[in-house]
Design a binder for this molecule. Structure first.
Ligand code: ADP
Ligand code: MG
Length: 408
């Protein structure tokens, strides 16, 4: 009998664990990414250098083969293709259409939140920039302007001055495939992310992380910490809200990741949802903190096998810190990585760049350089290890010359 095929859409750092787990589970891996040098490309048995957004082209290239499962961790943009290819190959798991739509259209997701009567900030969405600017006139500043269908903070801006609104709309438009833009009121509060795995319509696994972000205007995730300090009552409320959203979307089984803000009014505001495994290293954090392999669970579910979601009872305090650059340039050397890995509380250090490669300032999540995971007994000792690790690790970057330097 030939080995069953697993199609993985995307081959970036947040899809790489699926290549590793898929192989461990015995699948033949077909990877797809438009970047020929994507991190996971060399881990695939067969690699298609194609955009993940065109399922017909992917199916045409693959021809009449048997496919056991299709997945795309961390990518909202690929979920419509996951659904189309799952249908085409008749795989065991078929994504719920409304869950796919909510993943790729933030405006639609917010309308679902509204329909359910859950806390909701004011927002408007449109594909016509002038109509959008007019509609936004009734909203209270600061505003968050974002493409309805992008992720990783691409094209997202926080606007405090009405004069900057048209520019922010035009930036968002450049990053939107559908052309649809959302303008929202800014919610002040504490940011969380919820990594959940549904079984038979219930969130069987719910991991809540405390999130830190880069400052305005980009607001990109910098770290996730578990366990989040939330009361049992707030956790229960969040769990009920997630259950209601899953039911409304018909997402009865599988991973789902949500961004949540606990507002100053103590209400919980959902910001967005992706009916797939979370990005920013979320499955790595889940594995280190709770001993659960959500990547294997997602692959097994997609192939019609029962997922295994048992967790450790009590985690230590665990943080996933995203490593970033603050300048445009080229990596000239990396030192201290082994010393960081040898620190007692460092659980993992992964670097995605090597000398000679180009790096960019952290203006979107895709520009990350690596993940550092620290597990400690207390928040204080975690912070000490984090500080030591960040000063020990030296990623030398030769910055690009500015035009002034070139002429002087
Ligand atoms: N209306 C808002 N008020 C406050 N913060 C927001 C708002 N919208 C987004 N953010 C913050 O910015 C982050 C990125 O926005 P999000 O809609 O999740 O876009 P992306 O798909 O790029 O992750 C959110 O996770 C949240 O922390
Ligand atoms: Mg988000």
């Amino acid at each position: 009998m030939s080995t069953a095929n697993l199609i993985i859409l995307g081959a970036g750092e947040d899809q790489v664990p699926a290549y590793v787990e898929g192989r461990r589970l015995g699948y033949r891996i077909i990877g797809v990414d438009q970047k020929p040098d994507a991190l996971g490309a060399s881990l695939a048995d067969e690699f298609l250098c194609l955009t993940t957004r065109e399922p017909e082209a992917i199916a045409r290239r693959l021809g009449a083969i048997d496919v056991a499962a299709v997945i795309s961790p961390a990518s909202d943009a690929a979920q419509a293709s996951v659904a189309a290819l799952s249908r085409h190959y008749g795989t065991a798991f078929q994504p719920a259409p409304d869950a796919v739509r909510a993943s790729e259209d933030k405006g639609y997701f917010l309308s679902v939140v509204e329909k359910l009567g859950l806390p909701r900030y004011r927002s408007v969405h449109d594909s016509d920039p002038d109509a959008l600017a007019r509609a936004a006139a009734g909203l209270r500043y600061p505003l968050v302007v974002k493409p309805a269908d992008a992720s990783g903070s691409k094209g997202l801006r926080c606007v405090t001055d009405p004069a900057d609104l048209p520019g922010a709309i035009s930036t968002a438009r450049k990053h939107s495939f559908s052309g649809e833009i959302v303008v929202e009121e800014f919610v002040s509060g504490t940011h969380y992310s919820v990594e959940c795995f549904a079984r038979d319509g219930r969130p069987e696994l719910t991991i809540v992380t405390e999130r830190t972000l880069t400052p305005m205007p980009h607001m990109i995730s910098v770290s996730h910490l578990v366990p989040a300090s939330l009361s049992c009552a707030v956790r229960a409320r969040l769990q009920d809200m997630v259950t209601a959203v899953l039911a409304e979307l018909g997402h009865r089984n599988g991973p789902v990741n949500l961004d949540v803000i606990a507002g100053e009014d103590e209400k919980l505001y959902f910001v967005e949802l992706g009916a797939r495994l979370g990005g920013n290293g979320m499955p790595r954090l889940a594995a280190h903190a709770y001993g659960v392999n959500t990547v294997a669970a997602a692959i097994r579910l997609a192939a019609g096998r029962p997922p295994e979601l048992t967790t450790h009872a009590e985690p230590r305090v665990v943080m996933l810190r995203i490593l970033t650059a603050d300048t445009e340039g080229v990596v000239t050397g990396i030192a201290g990585a082994d010393a960081v890995r040898a620190l007692p509380d460092v659980a993992a250090l992964e670097l995605f760049k090597e000398p000679g490669q180009r790096v960019h300032p952290y203006t979107q999540a895709a520009h990350k350089l690596g993940y550092l995971i620290v597990a400690a007994d207390t928040r204080e000792s975690l912070q000490r290890t984090l500080d030591t690790a960040l000063t020990t690790l030296c990623i030398d970057i030769e910055p690009d010359q500015t035009p002034q330097e070139i002429t002087s």
